[in-house]
Design a protein around this ligand. Structure first.
Ligand code: FAQ
Length: 327
């Protein structure tokens, strides 16, 4: 199954009046393109869905910094190291923006972090795979960031003000990451035989998780219909996948790289890309905690929480007794 305990479509929310008139007035605001702001009335399910989605997105950004982060110490050359450090730092900054947007809906950062490290909350499938070589970090920076932009550019035109504003800013930075990643991939693809083999192997490894990245097919998507009705989600999973393929497969092929799908081709009649159906059983396993790196990713996050506790204590001045003698 895809969903978790977060969203029960039949859930009854206590303490908020939701008359047909209020719901209709809210929908009318959405339909006419209003931005909904934190202080505005909103259906409890709209709030809950937004928290789920923004929180998962925020978690994806901090967990997403880990596969590339492992290459900072091994980047080939000082300039590449500086660029990668800046990129990883940006991703963590995106998480900050997104956690702040989710907080406006009433869930505390502590609760979100707790739900991440206890495995209750999901994050993007793609960050549960290892970046085995430098070329993997290049492919992530080019194509995962490209996929993220396809999604975020669409959703930045959505209905919830704080999320849309965060996405707009994130997209500017992701566009820079994409250029950095593309430059790295071009460098390897036009390099020595060994470099070309390394980037080809990375491309072959990352293609299946990239196809999963946009979510289950439209037929299987649980939340799309509701989210699109509320303009939280502005494109379906399949249409984002198609848009990504349309923009990037020709560029990948131009570099002389191949993709591990013999059916991949643009269908001239439909204008859509034909492809082999991704392995959805693997997708389900990975998003539910059983991917190659899920345990490692959460262990790193738990360690970071533990090691960072003194900072939180210092901010709250809880160690005042200890600090005061030095004041
Ligand atoms: N991974 O009904 P749908 C980035 C879950 S940021 C894991 O179709 P929905 C930046 C879904 O949550 C990447 N789980 O769901 C970067 C639901 O489970 P639930 C993250 C997935 O919400 C780059 C269930 O399957 N971006 O990469 C995935 O309508 C480089 C049913 O699915 C965002 O989060 C998945 N791929 O559509 C950082 C964007 N797909 O919650 C570092 C915001 C589906 O009921 C380095 N999110 N699921 O238990 C969205 O646009 C949507 O939530 C989708 C899924 C499109 C991801």
């Amino acid at each position: 199954m895809y969903g978790n305990a977060y969203i029960d479509p039949n859930e009854k929310f206590e303490g908020q009046e939701e008359t047909p008139e209020l719901l209709a007035a809210f929908q009318a605001r959405i339909d006419q393109g209003d931005k909904i702001e934190p202080q505005d009335w909103m259906p409890a399910m709209y709030r809950k869905q937004l928290i789920r989605m923004i929180e998962q997105h925020a978690h994806s950004e901090i967990i997403g910094s880990l596969p590339e982060g492992t290459w900072i110490t091994r980047a080939p050359g000082f300039r590449r190291k500086l660029a990668l450090m800046a990129k990883v730092q940006d991703e963590v900054g995106h998480a900050q923006l997104l956690y702040s947007a989710a907080e406006t809906l009433g869930k505390s950062r502590e609760d979100m972090m707790n739900d991440l490290i206890t495995g209750k909350s999901k994050y993007s499938n793609i960050f549960n795979y290892p970046a085995l070589t430098w070329a993997d970090s290049a492919v992530i920076a080019w194509l995962v960031d490209a996929g993220a932009i396809v999604n975020q550019l669409a959703n930045s035109k959505g209905s919830y003000g704080p999320y849309c504003r965060a996405l707009e800013r994130i997209c500017y930075e992701e566009s820079f990451h994409l250029k950095y990643g593309h430059d790295n991939v071009v460098h390897l693809a036009t390099g020595t035989k060994k470099q070309r083999a390394m980037v080809q192997a990375a491309m072959t490894r990352w293609w299946p998780p990239l196809m999963h990245f946009f979510g289950p097919s439209d037929k299987a998507s649980v939340h799309s219909k509701t989210l699109m009705g509320w303009k939280v989600k502005m494109a379906t999973n399949d249409s984002m996948r198609q848009q990504f393929m349309d923009m990037y497969i020709p560029k990948i092929w131009d570099l002389g790289l191949t993709l591990p799908d013999p059916l991949l081709k643009k269908n001239e009649e439909t204008g859509q890309w034909d492809y082999t159906e991704p392995d959805w059983a693997e997708f389900k396993r990975v998003i539910n905690g059983d991917g190659p790196c899920n345990a490692e990713r959460l262990a790193v996050r738990r360690m970071a929480e533990e090691n960072g506790k003194w900072v939180a204590r210092a901010i709250r001045n809880e160690d005042a007794e200890y600090v005061r003698p030095f004041a």
